[in-house]
Structures are given as C-alpha cells and as structure tokens.
Write a protein that binds this ligand. Sequence first.
Ligand code: FAD
Length: 264
Amino acid sequence: MATPDDKFYRAKITERVDITPDLWRIRIDPGGEFRFQPGQYATLGVEGRERRCERPYSIVSSPYESEIEFFFELVPQGILTPELHKLNTGSELLMRKSAKGRFTLDLSGARKNHLLVSTVTGVAPFTSYIRTLSRDYQEGRFPEGHRLFLINGASRSWEFGYHDEIRDVAARSMWLQYVATISRPWEDPDWTGEVGRVDDILRKHTDQWRLSGDDTIAYLCGHPEMIEHGKGILQRLAFPKEALREEIYWVPAKEAARKAAQSA
Ligand SMILES: Cc1cc2nc3c(=O)[nH]c(=O)nc-3n(C[C@H](O)[C@H](O)[C@H](O)COP(=O)(O)OP(=O)(O)OC[C@H]3O[C@@H](n4cnc5c(N)ncnc54)[C@H](O)[C@@H]3O)c2cc1C
C-alpha cells in the first residue's frame, strides 16, 4: 500500500507575505521534482490529529521558478485554511507530488486573444501565465499573435496580491492589458482605478477591447457567483461554449446543500 511519503512531498515554506489579515502568500521548496503547467493546481494538506486534510490550490509561480508560490484566503469557518494560516517560514506542509488541472492557457487554436477574469485569489493561475509569458517574451519564445486581457477584482485595493507586478508587466508589454477593479470604493477613497464588481464591468471592457467569441477564449476563476454571472454575460455576447473556461474555487453553501439533499 502506498504510504504518504510515496504520494506527498513534505514541502518547506521559504517565505510568507501577509497581504491583509485574511490574505497571504507563501513560497515553498517542494523538496523534490514538481512538474506543472501554468494554470494547474497543487494539492496541499496538513496532517491532523485524526486525519489528513487536503485542498486544491492554484499555482501562482511559473514552471521557470525553482520554488512554488500560492495565494491563500482564510475561510474562518473552514477546515484547512485556519491550519495553513498558522504556518510560517520554516514550517512544513504536505503537497501531492503531481500537479492537476486543465485550466491552462490554450495556445493551440485559432483564438489568439485570452480574456482572463478573476476575483481575489483567482488571479493565481493568471499570474503563472503572465510570469511564464514574460520570460518567454524576454527569451524570444513568445507565441506569436497571442494577447492577454486581464480583469481582476477585489473589494478594496489592498486585497490585490499581485497588482504592482502585473501592472508593471502590462506597462512594458504590448501583449498584456490589465484592469483592476474594486467593488467597495467608499472604503478605499484613494483608489483611482476602475470601480464596480468584475461582472459589472466585464461587458464594457470586452467591448472596448473588441473581443468576440470568434477570436477570444475567456477564462473565469475564483468566486462561483462571479463565474456564473460572467459566463452569462459572455454567452449573451455570443461566446460559444468552447470559448469559455472556468475554475470554480468553491461551491456556494446553498448549492452544496441542494446537491447533498439530491444524493441523500
Ligand atoms: C482548482 C481549485 C483551485 C483553488 N485555488 C485556490 C487558491 O489559489 N487560493 C485559495 O485561497 N483557495 C483556492 N481554492 C479553494 C480551496 O481549495 C479551499 O476550498 C479553500 O481554501 C477553503 O478551504 P477550507 O478547508 O478552509 O474551507 P472548507 O472547510 O473547505 O469550506 C468551508 C465552507 O466555506 C466555503 N468556502 C470555501 N472557500 C471559500 C471562500 N474563499 N470564500 C467564501 N466561502 C468559501 C465552502 O463552500 C464551505 O461551505 C481552490 C479551489 C479549487 C477547486
């Protein structure tokens, strides 16, 4: 029988940065080879007193980096995030040795525009795309003709985990357009950027950038309601099913209760 050591690395946290009391990012040394593609997720866990608890987390870093980075939101009533939140530089956590997921950048088809739509920690896979393409661009491997358009939302500007990094890449790159938006501007009066929820401004920017379902793939990541609304807006703009990708981070409590009742 496989032991935990066959399937898991005991990864070591090399850096922790707290962004707000309930948002933080870490970098880890997996302690062994860990292959992944930008947009995939790792399965992280901690060994509890009675059982191990694991959850999927999108990888922020690029495969070009030697360490792996994650961006977490604390769910106070949750099981794993309160445990992860206790860990500091030098602490160990469990990480499955193989990455998973299909939320990767599709560079294979005729659609060369990529509309990336995220809330808070949902920017993680997109940061991995951007870091990877930045390096590819510098080293002359950039996939010709492809362009990224990112809309990232949070309640207030201090909840953006990667704002400065992405803004700086966008400022020097023709291939990246970036809009950050906050939904509670009255709590953040110094913010001079876009305001409104991601789904409120999605139509406006899709039109301004002249993106259509014929030339664009949309990738929606993070909050389940944002994804539901965002998909509806894009479908009304005639984005076909094959041009819509999603990574839903959690099932809303009402939906989870309905599914549980159905299977009972
Ligand atoms: C493919 C994938 C990638 C993911 N990547 C990330 C990531 O990069 N960063 C990250 O922080 N999380 C990410 N998640 C979510 C993560 O896997 C956990 O669900 C989350 O961290 C909560 O775990 P928990 O054990 O603390 O809460 P749980 O005990 O699993 O959940 C408790 C309750 O809270 C709800 N819930 C879970 N998450 C949230 C939330 N953020 N806000 C409000 N309610 C919530 C659940 O539906 C449940 O009702 C990802 C999920 C998936 C499926």
